[in-house]
Design a protein. Structure first.
Length: 432
């Protein structure tokens, strides 16, 4: 058989002068290069002239017409859950022809790939408000997810919801939902996949199984559920306002910050770690998804110019600055002093808050004079709150038209604990 006539998607074994290779043939834009996806998930290109022999082990399967879509058969002994699919690797699959990863735009196909979910609960509803990579989302997308979530959570037939999402900016969405969903009555589980389902090391299956287990649990929290380690044994459930992605590719990339995980989630059980709110289906979830987009997040760096603060203040209602150590920026008169620009911005009505660059730990402005000067200028020190959570909370606070009517200042709102964004007691074991 001529190599160029092999159908893309075919599993083959081929031999070159140096080695024997087994993998899946992919479409190649260069007629002289044979593109092969290895079992490891990596793609390699081989010049056609270097291939001594090729054997087709398995031809690509033709899609079968399904008599019954997965998830449509209801087991009355199991609880019902709903899914909100938004995009990301977890909502994608390999196209064997091109080697590219494509969205699973048909919700039923997701259950076809991961039937294990149906062993835990009935998937009675799947909604797709949009399909986006997480870097393409903004506050309007968080609001769309929240609107769908409120409707599903207030459905008496649904015990909990799973939201699938891209990884890189997932903690922004989890923070937003923590503030947007008031009077939460059931579990809201966000989950992800660092590695696509075609790879042997994919984390998708365990994350979805554990998410289904969490969705039918008594944990009425917005939480992120994903691998607790590089092993496939259990996941952590982590509070939505206290979680951050700390690794580009590890399966256990998400960690609890300045907090303990809520629980260990195994495929067959849940082990409680810290306090959580209990399910209460008598409650009706309310949508509080107001948001002012004129907020910015900036990291202080040595040599930072005052002009940057001035520019941000001119174009935003609020700014979160990641400051160094306990909460400092340059305030030395001889060294790019930012204090005058900060004072000017606050005087003009811009809200300036600070979070800590170190990620772990708590700000304390009263230890050294630069911190005290910033407090006197009106900067709001957000204790142990994550910078990303702070940005979301600031936009949420500034977007609420009712705060002024209640005679509460923005500072009072920002320092009020709404969704576990503050932890009054940090323990040694909370630092990794």
């Amino acid at each position: 058989m001529e190599v160029k006539n092999v159908e893309p998607g075919s599993l083959v074994k081929l031999r070159t002068r140096e080695e024997e290779i087994e993998g899946t043939i992919l479409e190649s834009h260069d007629p002289e290069i044979i593109l092969v996806k290895l079992k490891s998930g990596y793609n390699i290109g081989i010049k056609e002239e270097e291939i001594l022999s090729l054997k087709v082990l398995k031809k690509p399967e033709k899609p079968k017409e399904e008599k019954e879509k997965p998830g449509t058969k209801i087991d009355k002994e199991k609880k019902n859950i709903a899914m909100i699919i938004t995009g990301g690797t977890i909502s994608s699959r390999l196209d064997p022809k091109t080697g590219a990863v494509k969205w699973l735009t048909d919700p039923a196909t997701l259950l076809k790939f991961y039937p294990e979910i149906s062993e835990i609960a009935n998937i009675i509803k799947i909604e797709v408000p949009f399909m986006k990579a997480s870097e393409n989302m903004d506050s309007e997308d968080w609001q769309k997810i929240a609107e769908v979530a409120v409707r599903l959570l207030n459905d008496s037939n649904i015990s909990g919801i799973i939201i699938t999402h891209g990884t890189d900016f997932l903690h922004y969405t989890s923070a937003a939902l923590s503030f947007f969903l008031k009077n939460l009555n059931k579990p809201v589980v966000l989950t992800y996949s660092q590695r696509s389902s075609d790879r042997a090391s994919s984390d998708t299956t365990l994350n979805l199984i554990c998410s289904a287990r969490a969705a039918i649990s008594e944990i009425a929290e917005v939480m992120l559920v994903g691998h607790a380690s590089s092993n496939d044994n259990f996941c952590y459930a982590i509070p939505g306002t206290k979680v951050r992605k700390l690794h580009t590719s590890r399966r256990d990339a998400f960690k609890a910050i300045n907090a303990k995980p809520i629980a260990k989630i195994f495929p067959d059980r849940i082990e409680k770690i810290s306090h959580y709110n209990l399910r209460d289906e008598r409650k009706k979830v309310e949508l509080h998804a107001h948001f002012n987009k004129k907020v910015a997040l900036v990291k202080f760096f040595p040599g930072m110019k005052a002009e940057l603060i001035e520019y941000l203040a001119k174009n935003n209602k609020g700014i979160v600055i990641e400051m160094s150590g306990l909460g400092h920026v340059a305030t030395d008169e001889a060294n790019n002093n930012l204090l005058p620009a900060v004072k000017k911005a606050i005087k003009s009505g811009t809200i300036i808050c600070t979070a800590c660059q170190t990620i772990f730990g708590r700000l304390d402005p009263y230890v050294y004079s630069p911190g005290r000067a910033l407090v006197e200028a009106g900067v709001i020190f957000l204790e142990d709150m994550l910078a990303e959570t702070a940005l979301v909370k600031l936009g949420w606070t500034l977007g609420n038209p009712n705060w002024a009517r209640k005679n509460e200042t923005i500072k009072e709102i920002m320092l009020k604990n709404f969704a576990g964004e503050f932890n009054p007691r940090l323990e040694e074991k909370m630092f990794i």
